[in-house]
Design a protein around this ligand. Structure first.
Ligand SMILES: Nc1ncnc2c1ncn2[C@@H]1O[C@H](COP(=O)(O)OP(=O)(O)OP(=O)(O)O)[C@@H](O)[C@H]1O
Ligand SMILES: [Mg+2]
Length: 448
């Protein structure tokens, strides 16, 4: 192998997109990774200006001409794949005769930001009213009302179908209130086993029951002291727990299970339900007195189909946010498709619309809008979930297995899998497979 071949071989195998230009900015060489990242053939890149690949801020050009480097600059790219941004670093390098200067460009992917869904981290609310999107008059009156009552100590009951934004409202109210610097603590009665709700809410003292922690544990009410407690899916709360809750609201004190001490707690209660609680009262599933105690300040969020003019607004909003988060191109929607989307009923409301846009951005086109009995979005999602995701899952598992067998040797693993090294890198990237994780695993396994 001659020297040139040797260098090319190295370039080829570095898992970063690399292009080399002269000081004039014309591409002299590019590796396979770069071609994969941008979706071009070598011939399309060679001899052409590097500015064909990405938006080249003037600042970058000036710095490079002065012989300075650029490190990890985020740039918008002109790729054939659906990527929209990369990090680029550029280093001027001197040739052998020290006269001619080349520039080496290194592209790598921007690490995906982690999705902050409805997760409440460290008992903090993340949503604020400015992220609640609507141009509907009555909806905006609701936001106005919610702001007006943010500081009140009275209990709020938020009702609305699934995905209408009940939790978003609850968090926004807390963040708008004078309690914003205090905890926002959520408990979902529908998501935890009924037998645990009591200890979650009220905590327990040492030795209260078998399996109880030695030092006891505070309940959510204690933790929320000074702040807000969000009682999500309150309609799922067992009847006897409703009775205890009513007492806490009326007396403002809590006692831990197995404890004698009564603690005064200053907590603002926001409850939410997607059930019609009045109906639940009539059916005998929900205490009437508790219902009236909670329903002091009612907020009824209308379903999306009652405010159809919000649909295009929300589509734009999610398209922007999600494409940025996923680092993928936005999708254009034809008038015809938009009409269909506006006709659709959106039983899963804003959450369904949000998921639909995310699915479409991932697919690279608006998911199939043909209406059948499963509805618009379900058709797209079903195909995606049960076919693609299943296959992807199997593929990911298999790749990890093979990589482990060959101790992460890419050449050997790719060979065993019957695919090229670049394809393997691409797949590892797609599935977020990181060999350094295995090293830890194998150490852990050895230490077992
Ligand atoms: N008006 C809105 N503007 C922007 N995003 C919204 C709006 N309403 C809801 N969302 C989005 O929809 C998602 C679902 O909202 P949320 O979790 O508050 O629904 P929910 O009413 O609590 O539903 P469930 O009853 O299923 O728990 C949120 O993650 C948020 O991103
Ligand atoms: Mg919710």
């Amino acid at each position: 192998m001659d020297y040139k071949e040797y260098v090319n071989n190295i370039l080829k195998n570095i898992p970063l997109g690399i292009a080399i230009t002269g000081i004039d900015g014309y591409v002299k060489n590019a590796n396979d990774q770069l071609l994969n990242m941008f979706g071009y053939k070598l011939a399309e890149v060679m001899g052409n200006p590097i500015s064909n690949l990405f938006k080249y801020p003037d600042r970058v050009e000036k710095l490079l001409q002065k012989g300075r480097s650029i490190i990890e600059e985020e740039v918008y790219v002109k790729a054939r794949t659906n990527k929209i941004r990369f990090n680029v670093s550029a280093y001027p390098i001197h040739g052998i005769d020290n006269e001619k200067v080349d520039i080496i460009y290194i592209f790598n992917e921007i690490k995906r930001e982690r999705k902050l869904a409805n997760k409440i981290i460290d008992n903090k609310a993340i949503y604020t009213f400015d992220k609640i999107i609507s141009q509907d008059k009555s909806f905006n009156r609701l936001i106005y009302f919610a702001k007006e009552i943010a500081d009140s100590k009275s209990t709020i009951l938020i009702t609305g179908e699934s995905g209408t934004g009940k939790e978003v409202f609850a968090q926004s109210i807390h963040n708008y209130s004078n309690r914003r610097d205090k905890p926002f603590v959520a408990i979902n009665s529908g998501a935890i086993p009924k037998s645990l709700i009591e200890s979650e809410l009220f905590g327990y003292e040492e030795g209260a029951f078998t399996g109880a922690k030695k030092e006891g544990r505070p309940g959510k009410f204690e933790i929320a002291h000074g702040g807000t407690i969000f009682l999500d899916e309150i309609g799922e709360m067992p009847y006897d727990m409703q009775t205890r809750l009513l007492r806490v609201i009326e007396e403002g004190v809590v006692s831990r299970i197995g404890g004698l001490e009564q603690k005064v707690v200053d907590v603002r209660i926001i409850a939410a339900s997607n059930k019609d609680l009045k109906e639940e009262v009539e059916k005998g599933n929900f205490r009437k007195d508790l219902f009236y105690r909670l329903n002091v300040l009612p907020i009824r969020i209308p379903p999306l189909r009652r405010r159809k003019e919000d649909i295009p607004l929300l589509i734009d909003y999610f398209m922007e946010r999600i494409s940025n988060r996923l680092n993928k191109k936005k999708i254009l929607i034809s008038e015809e498709k938009l009409d269909k989307l506006m006709d659709y009923d959106w039983p899963g409301n804003v959450r369904e619309l949000e998921n639909f846009i995310e699915l479409s951005i991932n697919l690279g086109y608006i998911a199939n809008g043909e209406e059948d009995e499963d509805g618009l979005q379900l058709k797209g999602l079903k195909e995606y979930k049960y076919e693609n995701l299943m296959l992807d899952y199997m593929e990911k598992k298999h790749i990890i297995k093979v990589l482990k067998i060959f101790s992460c040797n890419i050449t050997k693993s790719a060979e065993a899998l019957g695919i090229g090294r670049n394809t393997l890198y691409r797949k590892m990237d797609k599935y977020g497979i990181d060999c350094s994780d295995f090293e830890q695993w194998s150490v852990m396994e050895q230490n077992k």
